[in-house]
Design a protein around this ligand. Structure first.
Ligand code: ITT
Length: 228
């Protein structure tokens, strides 16, 4: 096989699924979700890493191996300067395990009460796991051209397994109250320096053009497109 015909999106966050599907739509790749593939019961991947790259790798490799499919995972979060980078990799569970977006946003506002320096950035690492049976031509050379990292053999890598990592970020300011009702997560509180609106006020296309996730995906998409 010299091109990817199917990719599994290894995320259970519906906001990410919407954005990733929108970005991959023009690639003529069959995009599957976690509900579309048989996974072992209790096979949810634990995010035990302390970096975005580590958690993206855990999710891409964990779900990719279980489904034996090329698998794209995203680990992302919000780094707030005044909170020394928190909530960071713990963004999804800032207000506790299983926290809702509303609780996370309320806690963020509480922690920033009275704080005037409100600079923050969203960061994202996407990881694309390629199982051993895929035979794609010239992988390292193509990746260098695309500006992607071919990850060094990850812990416990099996012969023929490959992993591509790509990072992106976007700068903004944390608002004093929510603006807009689109997007997900911290979008209503994130005033984008590039869009001059909150992410929750932006269309999915406008956000995707400059977002951490869009930026991380861009070279991966370019590489997938180059495969024909
Ligand atoms: P999966 O692990 O299943 O992909 P998750 O939501 O748990 O879903 P993460 O561990 O990567 O994913 O946590 C990302 C959190 O960071 C997410 O829940 C939001 O709170 C926040 N976040 C990431 N990208 C965001 C975006 O584009 N807009 C708003 N918030 C975002």
């Amino acid at each position: 096989m010299s091109r990817l015909t199917q990719v599994l999106l290894a995320t259970s966050n519906p906001g990410k699924v919407r954005e990733l599907r929108a970005r991959l739509a023009s690639l003529h790749i069959d995009v599957l979700g976690l509900a579309d593939v048989p996974l072992p019961p209790g096979g949810e991947v634990e995010e035990t890493g302390t970096t975005y790259a580590a958690n993206a790798t855990l999710k891409a490799v964990g779900y990719g191996r279980a489904a034996n499919l090329p698998t794209l995972a995203d680990d992302s979060g919000l780094d707030v300067d005044a909170l020394d980078g928190a909530p960071g990799v713990y963004s999804a569970r800032f207000a506790g395990p299983g926290a809702t977006d509303a609780l996370n946003n309320a806690l963020l506002l509480e922690r920033l009460a009275g704080v005037t320096h409100r600079a923050a950035r969203f960061r994202c690492v996407v990881a694309l796991y390629l199982p051993p049976h895929l035979q794609l031509p010239d992988l390292p050379a193509t990746l260098t051209t695309a500006g992607l990292t071919l990850a060094p053999p990850f812990d416990g890598a099996l012969p023929g397994e490959r992993l591509i990592l790509s990072a992106g970020s976007t700068e903004g300011t944390i608002l004093h109250d929510p603006h807009g009702d689109g997007g997900f997560g911290y979008d209503p509180l994130f005033l984008s320096h590039e869009l001059h609106t909150s992410f929750a006020e932006a269309s999915i296309e406008a956000k995707g053009a400059i977002s951490h996730r869009g930026r991380a995906l861009e070279p991966v998409e370019r590489w997938l497109r180059s495969l024909g």
